[in-house]
Ligand binder design. Structure first.
Ligand SMILES: *Cc1c(COP(=O)(O)O)cnc(C)c1O
Length: 344
């Protein structure tokens, strides 16, 4: 494959095939590899009108030993089932989910980056309601597809280079008893506008607060919040946060290192006490955050307070140690003691 593996960034690239299965009359069809990347749907399909859609994101890695590893796909399968259930929509079994992810990697194997470029194949499973409807209803016919793309670091920036963030005081990504804990397409529609505003102002990340009281930290736009203070790993426990598999894995690794994991409500004021802050998710594992600006409203130019964490030029030492352990397990250079990886 004629690709520059060191300059992939995180963007769409056409590969060989996408994997598709359809649900109708209580059954999932046998998955097929399709070279056609266009879906042909009725214009009245629920996905276009009522966001009858949820998705996942996971990665396949080419290890130092040449083996191909998927990182915790069983967790993604379970989360997609929870998201689908919340849309009252059929979702694939864990077995079908895994089968289609493995198929996607095999069909696109020449797009899987070699070891050593800090690159991988991002897999995007999507569940889409596709039967025609006019009334507001859950979809009875569903398409499940697994798409793949070779990716490097999310922003194209050097891995672990710190970025800045801003608090969102006047926009929420989720409602207090809403859908924040499910990976729904609709959640992203909600956060696009504030996210664009933060980006235009030069911030890498936007940090959302708990929608009920706006006094506690929830998570960044597409990644969880984690902080290090002393020997503690601190991450918000909130019903409106998406349960990140990366966060869950980092917590386990932190415990393996003898750290204390605190999953609890995190007040905004506590930002003043944190030594290291990161955004975490599948795309980059962690993004170190070197400062967070607070303003009354996102559109304001006046910053009322800036919280700073560590050296703005490099990742914190504890965070880097956690990152290296996760990346090592993904690359097969560290022992997979928790049995997280599935080999192709
Ligand atoms: C997907 C996602 C994450 C990260 O979850 P991972 O399983 O670690 O990739 C965090 N927050 C939101 C809102 C998400 O959609």
């Amino acid at each position: 494959m004629d690709l520059n593996w060191s300059d992939l960034a995180f963007k769409y690239r056409k590969t060989n095939a996408i994997i598709i299965s359809r649900y109708k009359d209580g059954q999932w069809s046998a998955p097929v590899a399709s070279k056609d990347f266009d879906f042909h749907f009725n214009a009245f399909a629920g996905v276009f009108h009522y966001a009858n859609s949820c998705f996942e994101g996971l990665k396949a890695f080419r290890g130092a030993d040449g083996k191909v590893r998927l990182f915790r796909p069983d967790e993604n399968a379970k989360r997609l089932q929870r998201s689908g259930a919340h849309l009252d929509m059929a979702a694939p079994s864990e077995e079908l989910f895994l089968e289609m992810c493995l198929m996607c990697v095999k069909e696109n194997i020449d797009f899987l980056p070699p070891y050593g470029y800090n690159a991988s194949m991002y897999l995007r499973p999507v569940l889409i309601g596709c039967n025609p409807q006019l009334g507001i209803a859950s979809s009875e016919e569903v398409l499940f597809a697994v798409l793949g793309a070779p990716v490097g670091t999310y922003s194209g920036a050097k891995s672990l280079s710190p970025g800045t963030a801003v608090l969102s005081r006047n926009f929420d990504r989720a409602a207090p008893n809403g859908t924040g804990c499910y990976k729904l397409a609709a959640n992203y529609a909600t956060s696009l506008h504030p996210y664009n505003m933060a980006h235009k102002q030069g911030y890498r990340e936007l940090l959302f607060l708990d929608p009920a009281t706006h006094t506690k930290i929830d998570e960044f736009g597409s990644s969880n919040f984690l902080a290090i203070r002393g020997n503690s790993y601190i991450t918000p426990l909130s019903p409106s946060v998406l349960p990140s598999i990366t966060n869950k894995s980092l917590q386990t690794v932190a415990e393996d290192f003898g750290m204390k994991v605190e999953k609890r409500a995190v007040l905004v004021e506590e930002l003043a006490e944190f030594e290291e802050v990161n955004a975490c998710g599948t795309a980059v594992v962690i993004t170190p955050i070197c400062s967070i600006d607070d303003k009354a409203a996102l559109e304001d130019t006046v910053v009322t307070k800036t919280y700073r964490f560590g050296d703005p030029t490099r990742c914190g030492a504890v965070s880097e140690k956690l990152y290296n352990r996760i990346r090592g397990i993904q690359d097969g250079t560290e022992e997979d003691i928790h049995n997280w990886c599935v080999l192709l």
